[in-house]
Design a protein around this ligand. Structure first.
Ligand SMILES: [Zn+2]
Length: 341
């Protein structure tokens, strides 16, 4: 065999293979194949002994030169591949700092919930504790214990959602009064926020589901003056320091006397405008002194304790504060409107 021509063939084949290498692994494979410990050229070098002594030096020199050449071609190709990989990585990780940033949109609480929290904060500041009651109530807690006579129209199927024998979706947060008083002795000072349900046909001022906040203060010396003073602070905190209040006599089964609270009109301040229907006043909530019959139902001594209670519609307050004329606006989920509130 002619070592020289075999070496030349290996040189050609190796050079060709190196050119087609796509990865470091390819380069390694070519190195192993030709100049590794059992590589084609390595095996050829071992055959040098068979060459006649006269030619051995020259042939040896040639084979070693080819080995060096293949080595440096491999090193060159390896470097090319490494550079290409690095460039590719850099290209992939490039950040264009001139691009505009992605806007992070921050959500916010629904206007009803915001007002609800605001109102609770006012009363917590006055020493009230916020508690909750169940939305499915016993008919007894929702009506009987609150002195609703059996013939009272709001018990009617047309006004309440009955959910089985003796149970009703609470029509107001007042039944929580009963639960609180049955579970503790006076003094009691609580506000009860929560969702209520009535079988109303939705219109500009009614929904079938809405939020109320109930307030209850019972102690040995609670008077109508305490009620008025507490609600005056509430009105000023929620509607502004200039807000005036007045009581209008009313009827609720569970309070005696009962009243509705009006605040001076937020738009005209009392002069008369479209919002207040020229009266100068806006109706805000119902309230009164806890009826002795309610105390009897919960086992309090109605001769020893007195108390006041009030209940307000959270959506009503939100509408007044945000100038909304239709309560349904709050729940139509129109983001344009909700974001503007
Ligand atoms: Zn007005």
């Amino acid at each position: 065999m002619d070592l020289q021509s075999e070496a030349a063939r290996i040189r050609e084949a190796a050079a060709k293979a190196i050119k087609t290498c796509k990865s470091i692994d390819d380069v390694d494979a070519v190195r192993v194949k030709y100049i590794g410990r059992r590589g084609e050229l390595t095996l050829l070098l071992r055959k040098l002994g068979e060459v006649s002594p006269g030619q051995r030096k020259e042939v040896g020199k040639m084979l070693n030169a080819i080995k060096d050449e293949i080595s440096s071609l491999l090193a060159e190709r390896r470097k090319e591949i490494e550079t290409a990989l690095k460039d590719e990585t850099l290209r992939k990780e490039t950040i264009d700092v001139t691009l505009p940033g992605r806007r992070v949109r921050i959500g916010k609480l629904h206007p009803t919930l915001r007002i609800l929290n605001e109102i609770i904060d006012v009363f917590v500041g006055l020493g009230f504790t916020a508690v909750e009651g169940p939305e499915i109530e016993t008919e007894y807690n929702n009506f009987d214990a609150l002195n609703f006579p059996p013939w009272h129209p709001s018990r009617d199927d047309f006004d309440s959602f009955y959910v089985g024998d003796g149970y009703v979706l609470r029509t107001h947060t007042s039944p929580a009064q009963v639960r609180v008083m049955k579970s503790q002795e006076p003094p009691v000072r609580v506000v009860v926020p929560g969702r209520c349900y009535r079988r109303d046909t939705p219109d500009a001022s009614h929904l079938m589901s809405f939020f109320q906040i109930e307030g209850l203060y019972v102690d040995h010396d609670v008077s109508l003056a305490d009620l008025k003073g507490t609600l005056a602070i509430f009105a000023r905190e929620i509607f502004g320091p200039e807000t005036k209040i007045r009581f209008r006599p009313h009827y609720f089964p569970f309070t005696e006397p009962s009243a509705e609270l009006d605040i001076s009109c937020l738009v005209c301040g009392g002069a008369g405008c479209r919002l207040c229907k020229q009266s100068g006043w806006l109706e805000v909530l119902g309230c009164g002194m806890v009826h002795p019959n309610v105390f009897k139902h919960v086992g309090y001594d109605h001769k020893a304790v007195t108390g006041f209670a009030f209940g307000l519609g959270v959506e009503r307050i939100a509408m007044l504060k945000y100038g909304i004329s239709d309560i349904r606006t709050l729940y139509e989920n129109d983001l344009k409107i909700l974001n503007s509130l």
